[in-house]
Ligand binder design. Structure first.
Ligand SMILES: *[C@@H]1O[C@H](CO)[C@@H](O)[C@H](O)[C@H]1NC(C)=O
Ligand SMILES: *[C@@H]1O[C@H](CO)[C@@H](O)[C@H](O)[C@H]1NC(C)=O
Ligand SMILES: *[C@@H]1O[C@H](CO)[C@@H](O)[C@H](O)[C@H]1NC(C)=O
Ligand SMILES: *[C@@H]1O[C@H](CO)[C@@H](O)[C@H](O)[C@H]1NC(C)=O
Ligand SMILES: *[C@@H]1O[C@H](CO)[C@@H](O)[C@H](O)[C@H]1NC(C)=O
Ligand SMILES: *[C@@H]1O[C@H](CO)[C@@H](O)[C@H](O)[C@H]1NC(C)=O
Length: 511
């Protein structure tokens, strides 16, 4: 009886955007789900959130450009993705760029030119992070490289990377490249980390305790290097290592000077002098050169403040603050039920992701209706009497389209009724008018106007009884010259009135 189903489908969200660029342009926020390969670079427009999630491998080749307040996320903090492989000729980040991989795979970001003016981050438990730019590596913003597993390869151009902003290494890489610029490198949770000071090095290294890294300064130190070391605490000594001296050298051949006004420590090894700006406040008797090549600086009585060029990055919090968890989920289906005759209509709106003409994923909503068929009742008749008349009413049903629940052509039951009169029999009548009696037949018929049909009657006078009586008011002067006349029919009696300027004549014709 309620035989289902009529299914209507509607595509609510179809985007047709003209594709002009040659690369993947995120001109609107969109998140790709699953493994992807992009071979022609990426742009992210201002204010746009672009992302890749739930993949095994995302490969991006080509230039990457992220506008101010744009955001590109590849992977999510703490969510097991797999590998990320990005090879970019030139990568310019004016907004936010975050790479995250949370399994024992690899994150690789390599290319020629890297410019970060915004916030850049890698968070990973990967067995290997490769960050390698061969021509320019410039940071004027905030960068953090957080590798839970310490296996980070971070390399810049031979001429030196330039950092005027802040770079945080959390679990430091085994080695950092030559760095110039007025910025700061914040070091968290490191063991040994080597820095080649035979290349130009001009940078603040700020250690975030409690674990002080063992810094290993390698190569023949250039005299103009400016190595600023900060982050000394009151409860930990700090050890740093130099390795550029002949092997098996006598401890007595190493010496230092410390200027407690400038905070400069000079360390003299056979054949080389290392200069470190360690800051003021150290008790010289706690500086220990007991092992060749090794300097141990004792704790301070007052903890060093972080230098002004070393502010904390709001995104490098290891407790999990990472801005890429703001992904748009596909909404779950919604169901709406509304009554419809003997049954009900069910509307289900479900969503899925598809790729639109602008190459970006979009969420499409499908609306499905389950509409029961309806029973149209059969025609029926009923009779009733009113004012001595018997009426027959015929009630019939039909369907007409109506709008309901967003459906414009849903059938609705409509009624039509027509009254049929059982006519009284015609009857004869007489009437008297102007003292004359005429006979006629009254009969009934169906008539209608624009609003309804009704029973009308008509009276036919018998022509055979037609009789004419002419009443003439004597005309005193002979011929009449009527100036007007007026004629009317009253129940079959025709009256014509002639008027002259003098008097009126009435000619009455009976029919
Ligand atoms: C070296 O560092 C100082 C202090 O941060 C800065 O003022 C200067 O510009 C830097 N020079 C170079 C060549 O990086
Ligand atoms: C310091 O670095 C050099 C060069 O990488 C390495 O040979 C040496 O073993 C390192 N020293 C320590 C104590 O790690
Ligand atoms: C600073 O150095 C000078 C010269 O070596 C020395 O006389 C002075 O005691 C030192 N001050 C402190 C607080 O160590
Ligand atoms: C420096 O350290 C030595 C040895 O620990 C101590 O005897 C001396 O009082 C300290 N000097 C200052 C100025 O704190
Ligand atoms: C017309 O009326 C006159 C007078 O009343 C009557 O004599 C005559 O029979 C009538 N003619 C007809 C056809 O009824
Ligand atoms: C004759 O005319 C009168 C007055 O106009 C009206 O009341 C009456 O119903 C009419 N008779 C018929 C049979 O039409």
């Amino acid at each position: 009886m309620f035989d289902y189903m009529l299914i209507h489908r509607k595509l609510l969200l179809l985007l047709f955007i003209v594709q002009l660029g040659i690369c993947l342009n995120f001109d609107r926020s969109a998140i790709f789900s699953g493994s992807q390969t992009v071979d022609d670079g990426i742009t992210v427009a201002s204010g746009v959130e672009a992302g890749f999630e739930a993949f095994e491998l995302v490969t991006i080749n080509g230039d990457i450009s992220i506008a101010d307040s744009g955001q590109l996320c590849v992977g999510q903090y703490g969510v097991s993705g797999n590998s990320i492989d990005i090879t970019s000729g030139t990568l310019i980040n004016n907004g936010n760029m975050f790479l995250s991989d949370w399994t024992d795979n690899t994150v690789s970001l390599t290319g020629e030119n890297f410019y970060n003016y915004g916030t850049f981050g890698i968070s990973s438990s990967a067995t290997h992070i490769t960050f390698l730019f061969s021509t320019n590596l410039v940071n004027d913003g905030n960068m953090f490289i957080w590798n839970n597993d310490a296996h980070t390869e971070f390399e810049g151009p031979e001429s030196g990377a330039i950092n005027n902003g802040v770079i945080t290494f959390d679990l430091c890489p085994p080695q950092i490249p030559s760095f110039l610029g007025s910025g700061c490198i914040r070091l968290k949770y490191a063991d040994y980390m080597s820095i080649d000071v035979s290349s130009p090095f001009n940078q603040t290294l700020n250690v975030i305790n409690p674990f002080t890294p063992k810094l290993n300064f390698t190569g023949s130190p250039l005299p103009n290097n400016n190595i600023v070391l900060r982050g000394f605490e009151t409860d930990y000594p700090w050890q740093f290592i130099t390795d550029y001296y002949p092997e098996a050298t006598d401890v007595e051949l190493f010496s230092y000077t410390y200027n407690n006004i400038t905070g400069i420590l000079n360390y003299m090894a056979p054949g080389s002098t290392y200069t470190f700006d360690i800051g003021t406040g150290f008790n010289e008797s706690t500086i220990d050169l007991g092992t060749p090549g090794m300097i141990l600086v004792g704790p301070l009585t007052v903890k060093q403040e972080a230098p002004t060029n070393c502010p904390a990055n709001p995104y490098d919090n290891t407790n999990g603050i990472f801005p890429c968890d703001d992904f748009f989920p596909i909404p779950s289906a919604t169901t709406k039920i509304a009554p419809y005759y003997q049954d009900s209509i069910t509307e289900i709106i479900s969503y899925y992701s598809t790729i639109a003409s602008d190459r970006l994923p979009t969420t499409v909503a499908i609306t499905t209706y389950y509409i029961p068929s309806i029973n149209v009742p059969p025609v029926y008749t009923t009779t009733f009497r009113y004012a001595a008349t018997t009426f027959t009413e015929v009630i019939s049903y039909y369907t007409a389209p109506g709008t309901y629940m967003g459906l414009t052509n849903l059938p609705f039951i409509r009624t039509t009724s027509s009254k049929l009169t059982v006519f009284p029999s015609p009857y004869a009548t007489t009437l008297t008018t102007d003292s004359m009696t005429v006979s006629g037949v009254v009969s009934f018929y169906i008539s209608s106007d624009i609003s309804k049909s009704f029973t009308a009657s008509t009276t036919s006078f018998f022509t055979e009884t037609k009789n004419v009586t002419t009443t003439v008011t004597e005309y005193p002067m002979g011929t009449i010259y009527p100036t007007s006349w007026f004629s009317k029919l009253i129940n079959g009696t025709s009256t014509t009135t002639y008027s002259t300027s003098i008097e009126t004549y009435v000619v009455k014709t009976h029919s």
